[in-house]
Design a protein around this ligand. Structure first.
Ligand code: AKG
Length: 302
């Protein structure tokens, strides 16, 4: 095994992923300048595309700096450090002030403009062969070192059932995000599993009201809409592997509405925070889930 192949042991919600069980692998990168026909084929086969360096790195790093500068007065950053590095203060931050600032950040023009950079919408225009639409509800997340809770395993259609299933999510690391820092992880080949599960859920939900059918939290689902927090067990069940990556600022990874994904914890030694955004695109001509027509707020129940 080469050093490149070796992966650290990763934690997600208290569950451990390591190479010994043969349930870990690496994402395959795609060059954004590859022909769109090939990229479409890769997307259909893999359920994801890791588009290396599709965005100008410097712009991504400037946005990282802007984000953490806004949260500095709430005590999130270690004193005397550069906001661009996103070094966690270690505690005692003002969570109310953070929540208020996060509520504002998702409404910033600078954030909207970051999400609508030309390389992104041009890419989707080629992928969809039609005009893309960006959902207004956009998520931006930072992950502190050693935080125990991480995003559990799910596929995105769970939260978007009232519109087209031809939705693609862009997950964009805002800064470098090594495997240890806990970026997005994908269950290999799981677009098929997601489709199968959604079919089963819709059969189970036949007798529910329309409102309940489209809810991620109806009686067939868990309290979070997640499939599970136990990533190793899910990989065993589907005889699959969790694919991880050393993402760099400038990368964008996209996934289908059925592709199962999760996140692992941030285990870096220098207290750097992971920062990323996840935003959703579809063809403007397809039906939009109207519940996503508002900016994110903590009580939007989606
Ligand atoms: O960044 C995360 O922790 C989760 C992101 C996610 O679930 C998504 O991109 O759909």
């Amino acid at each position: 095994m080469s050093v490149q192949d070796a992966l650290p042991t990763l934690k997600s919600n208290g569950f451990t992923l390591d190479m010994a069980a043969n349930r870990l692998g690496r994402l395959v990168a795609s060059d954004p300048s590859t022909s769109i026909v090939t990229l479409r084929e890769q997307f259909a086969t893999q359920g994801y595309l890791w588009l290396k360096g599709i965005l100008p790195r410097d712009g991504v790093m400037r946005f990282r700096e802007r984000f953490f500068t806004a949260l500095e007065p709430a005590g999130l950053l270690k004193q005397g450090t550069n906001p661009r590095d996103g070094i966690y203060s270690g505690g005692n931050e003002d969570n109310q002030r953070i929540a208020k600032t996060m509520h504002e950040i998702v409404r910033w023009s600078a954030y909207e403009s970051f999400c609508l950079q030309e390389p992104i919408w041009l890419f989707y225009e080629r992928l969809f062969d039609g005009a893309p639409y960006l959902h207004k509800r956009k998520l931006i997340r930072y992950t502190k070192p050693q935080e125990v809770s991480s995003t559990g395993a799910h596929y995105d259609l769970t939260y978007l059932r009232a519109g087209t299933d031809r939705v693609a999510t862009s997950w964009i690391p805002i800064g470098d995000c090594s495997v240890e820092m806990g970026g997005l992880v994908y269950l290999e080949g799981s677009d098929v599993a997601g489709r199968q599960m959604e079919k089963e859920f819709s059969i189970q939900n036949t007798n529910l009201s329309r409102e309940e059918q489209i809810s991620a939290y109806n009686k067939s689902m868990s309290a979070t809409g997640w499939l599970t927090k136990d990533l190793p067990a899910l990989a065993d069940k589907w005889n699959s592997r969790w694919l991880v990556a050393d993402y760099e600022a400038g990368d964008m990874v996209i996934h289908s509405a059925y592709m199962i994904h999760a996140a692992t914890g941030n285990d870096v030694k220098d207290s750097q925070m992971r920062l990323s955004t996840d935003i959703r695109f579809q063809r403007v001509s397809d039906e939009v889930d109207v519940r996503w027509n508002n900016h994110y707020s903590m009580d939007d129940m989606l």
